[in-house]
Ligand binder design. Structure first.
Ligand code: FES
Length: 117
């Protein structure tokens, strides 16, 4: 029987009720050994996560910690120069880094909490 080692055990980031449905949260987490700020986006009971690093100039996307801009058509908008990202794959669809993408971070929702994989 295979035993679980520490690296294979998911680590909880926060509970789902800390993210509004259709909204965002920001959280600090260690990803691949580095402390990173993450964007969490909740859609129903699923959550997607990306590094909070804009591919344009490497700045955070939120205008204040955890405060993200959203366009009328539902895009995530970087507060620095206005790059706009779709919320399925995190691709930039308008603005100075059009064609690039946010870096996805694998997460899973389990027992009402979000876990980093
Ligand atoms: S740093 Fe995000 S658009 Fe420039």
């Amino acid at each position: 029987m295979e035993s679980l080692n520490e690296a294979s055990v998911p680590r909880p980031l926060l509970t789902l009720d800390h993210i509004p449905v259709g909204g965002f949260a920001e959280i600090e987490a260690v990803v691949e050994g580095d402390a990173e700020s993450l964007i969490l986006y909740r859609e129903g009971d699923t959550v997607r996560a990306w590094l909070n690093v804009c591919p344009h100039a490497g700045r955070r996307l939120d205008w204040a910690p955890g405060e993200f801009l959203r366009s009328k058509d539902g895009l995530l908008v970087c507060a620095v120069h206005g790059a706009s990202f779709e919320l399925n794959g995190g691709g930039c669809v308008a603005g100075p880094c059009r064609g690039e993408a946010l870096r996805a971070v694998p997460v899973v929702v389990r027992d009402g909490a979000v876990f980093l994989l």
